[in-house]
Design a protein around this ligand. Structure first.
Ligand SMILES: [Mn+2]
Length: 244
């Protein structure tokens, strides 16, 4: 994992707004932070692929897949999905850009769905436990880490071109904010003490905390192009240090 000994900076859904991303990252030099992008860097805004390239190349940085990256990879592989991709904010020029950049495609397809930090924090895109569906075909005597198994399953699924399964897993509503028992089960299954996620814009001025900060939402609606953008939404609602 990148920058394991640095303090952790979490970045919520960027959705193509590279200007607000750069403004939000200004107080946090890449050399001093372990940066984790929670996915959905693309769509709505004009610079989705630019955001992907920036995140890929930023020092000490990890990038997790969001459902919008999955939809983009799906449209890349299956032209009948381009219409759907456009309806969820997909940008044709970004799709064309990704199509012409094989190494970027390979990098994107092999990003994890979740990262488990040494301090017991789980970082993932969606605020729910639907990822467990990727464990369904698991052998019951497989005692390896469920987080590793989910990430391996996702990579296999994408390599096989089966993005629709991943889309199903990752397009559901958040559940942790309102269902603490589901959160507890998920933390127990994954062996973590808290989970950070994005995917559904919150309306706080800082990341939205639930259940004694065992669940924290970093999607502060950063992108001015997102349908739920609020004028004046603070950058710190989406990009903030993770407290120890
Ligand atoms: Mn999302």
């Amino acid at each position: 994992m990148a920058g394991a000994d640095l303090p952790v900076l979490i970045v919520g859904d960027v959705h193509g707004d590279i200007e607000r991303l750069f403004a939000a990252l200004k107080p946090y030099p890449a050399t001093e932070w372990h940066t984790i992008f929670l996915g959905d860097l693309v769509d709505y805004g004009a610079y989705g692929v630019g955001c992907l390239r920036y995140a890929r190349d930023r020092l000490n940085t990890d990038v997790i897949l969001g459902n919008h990256e999955v939809a983009m990879l799906w449209a890349l592989r299956d032209p009948t999905r381009i219409g759907f991709f456009i309806t969820i904010g997909g940008q044709q020029h970004d799709l064309d850009e990704l199509r012409s950049d094989g190494p970027l495609q390979e990098w994107l397809k092999t990003r994890p769905l979740m990262i488990k930090l040494a301090d017991g924090t789980l970082a993932q895109h969606c605020g729910n436990d639907d990822y467990r569906l990727l464990l369904a075909d698991d052998l019951s005597d497989d005692l390896s880490d469920p987080v590793d198994r989910i990430n391996s399953a996702a990579t296999l699924v994408l390599e096989a071109g089966n993005a629709d399964l991943l889309w199903q897993v990752m397009s559901g509503k958040g559940a942790f904010a309102t269902q603490p028992e589901r959160l507890e089960r998920w933390l127990k299954l994954t062996g973590c003490r808290r989970v950070v996620f994005g995917h559904t814009p919150h309306r706080n001025s800082t990341p939205a905390r639930y259940h004694h900060s065992k669940a924290i939402n970093f999607d502060g609606g950063l992108s001015r192009s997102h349908r739920m953008y609020r004028r004046g939404a603070p950058l710190a609602a989406s990009v903030a240090p993770l407290e120890p």
